[in-house]
Design a protein around this ligand. Structure first.
Ligand SMILES: [Zn+2]
Length: 237
């Protein structure tokens, strides 16, 4: 009886909270339907897909594979200024809405499965430990966990470490940014034997210059990985 009562009291309060603060879409601010959290399905559907034949995808994939350390790319969306994806990623990175990372990951995971891409392990691009402390979580790791929910592939977060704390890169030129990122990572001593000969799916939230993915992939190859496939929730120009 006690449990029934406490359950109904809890649901009474959650109804009261919904009544006072009805759950609204973070992007269009319309009332969300039942079983929908944070972003409505119309807004999700309005985000442009990163079609594999689009110039942005072809150019980004070309930059990555030209490095010689990345073997492929899977991306879901196009990052557009003022667009829905920007709202999603802003809430994920700065608003503490961690569930959006998992949801992006599940969506990316379904795309990866549809493209027939398989890997032995999923590695999220690491944050510097100082940034991890500031933010409290790594958004790329949340996406990686969402991908893993779909594929069942394990997430290895302890393989690569970010050794450089990069504050903001907006004052740097594109080339400086690239150089800055390409040697920003190092391998940890963890899983030394396990990486050898494996195919790794390397996850980031947004890929822009590709330098972050390339920097990480270089470290994974040096640790013995055979193939590294980049995957991101979005591509940006
Ligand atoms: Zn909406």
């Amino acid at each position: 009886m006690r449990f029934v009562l406490s359950g109904s009291i809890r649901s009474f309060f959650s109804c009261l909270i919904d009544f006072v603060y009805p759950p609204l879409c973070l992007s269009c601010h319309r009332l969300l339907g039942r079983d929908v959290e944070f972003v409505c399905s119309d807004c999700w559907c309005s985000i442009h897909a990163a079609a594999t034949e689009s110039p942005l995808f072809v150019e980004t994939a070309g930059k990555l594979t030209a490095s010689g350390v990345v073997d492929g790319l899977v991306s879901l969306y196009v990052f557009e200024k003022e667009g829905v994806f920007q709202v999603v990623v802003h809430n994920l990175k700065y608003g503490g809405v961690q569930e959006l990372g998992l949801e992006l990951g599940r969506r990316l995971g379904r795309e990866i499965a549809e493209q027939g891409v398989r890997a032995d392990a999923i590695v999220p691009v690491p944050l510097h430990r100082r940034k991890l402390r500031e933010r409290g979580y790594n958004q790329a790791e949340l996406i990686a966990r969402g991908v893993s929910e779909i594929s069942g592939t394990p997430v290895w977060s302890d393989l690569v470490r970010r050794k450089k704390y990069t504050k903001t890169q907006t004052t740097l030129t594109l080339n400086e940014r690239r150089e800055n990122m390409e040697d920003a990572f190092e391998s940890t001593i963890k899983r030394k034997g396990e990486v050898k000969g494996k195919t790794i799916l390397l996850i980031d939230d947004v890929v822009t210059t590709g330098a972050t993915i390339i920097g990480c992939a270089r470290v994974l190859h040096a640790s013995g990985a055979q193939r590294v496939i980049g995957a991101s929730a979005a591509l940006a120009e």
